[in-house]
Design a protein around this ligand. Structure first.
Ligand code: ZN
Length: 251
């Protein structure tokens, strides 16, 4: 199948695709940040491409923007290698992505996060853009609101100990990586990290004090038993949830 990645297409190909009705653009916001001792720092970015392409195929008539990297990762900065954008810088990049694609003729803009730390700013930028462009349809994944329930459901369905899908470099994310981008996983280095529920209080603590305050190795959950097979089920479940939510916002 032909590429859906805008960055891999030439301008006449993009012009013709838009002209033939492919007027939805899927913009993912990823990160360059620590992901425990077993995943590379580009995990949210490479996983973002896999998820963006999967979602674009589910939506149909959709193309994929270059994944935004880095993102907002201040809560990971205690670990070497993490790059974090200030909120106003990240918001400016997303605003300029949206403005650029609208100028090219896209009229359905889908903004998702493969890194939860970007979610609040993405929601507020999109809320502003909706007012600025009343004739354009927008959708977001609102991932920070959706993720905790998705992780709990995944643990239950898979019969896993509570907390192993803890929200960062955990069984969920490591399995997704093994399924979609295995070249960036060192399973011999995968460990158990902080085990606890990713609820609102926990998220508030992570964002105010940083992940290092509760996890020495940077993992929230347990990565040690991740499998590609489970990652494939997690991926399909994630796509099901996103497809339903995004389609309902684009009507
Ligand atoms: Zn991640």
């Amino acid at each position: 199948m032909k590429t859906l990645l805008l960055e891999e297409m030439s301008w006449p190909e993009i012009r013709d695709a838009i002209g033939s009705g492919m007027r939805t653009v899927v913009i993912y916001a990823g990160a360059i940040e620590q992901h425990g001792p077993h995943l590379s720092e580009n995990a949210d970015t490479v996983r973002g491409y896999v998820e963006a392409e999967g979602l674009a195929r589910r939506l149909g008539e959709a193309l994929v923007a270059p994944v935004i990297r880095p993102g907002m990762s201040e809560h990971h900065i205690a670990f070497p290698g993490t790059v974090s954008l200030r909120a106003e810088v990240f918001a400016g990049v997303l605003e300029d992505y949206i403005d650029s694609y609208i100028r090219h003729g896209f009229d359905k803009i889908v903004c998702c996060c493969s890194h939860g730390g970007n979610s609040n700013v993405v929601e507020s930028v999109v809320a502003e853009k909706k007012t600025q462009y009343p004739n354009v349809k927008f959708a977001t994944d609102n991932i920070l609101a959706v993720l905790p329930a998705m992780l709990s459901a995944a643990e239950e369905r898979e019969g896993l100990e509570s907390g192993v899908c803890g929200g960062h470099a955990d069984d969920f994310e490591t399995s997704l990586m093994l399924n979609g981008c295995p070249e960036y996983v060192r399973m011999d280095k995968a460990e158990r990290g902080y085990i606890g529920k990713l609820d609102e209080a926990q998220m508030a603590r992570i964002f105010s004090e940083g992940i290092a305050a509760i996890s020495d190795n940077g993992i929230l959950g347990d990565a040690s038993k991740a499998t590609a097979e489970r990652g494939s089920r997690y991926f399909n479940e994630l796509m099901d949830v996103l497809e339903k939510s995004i389609k309902s916002q684009l009507v």
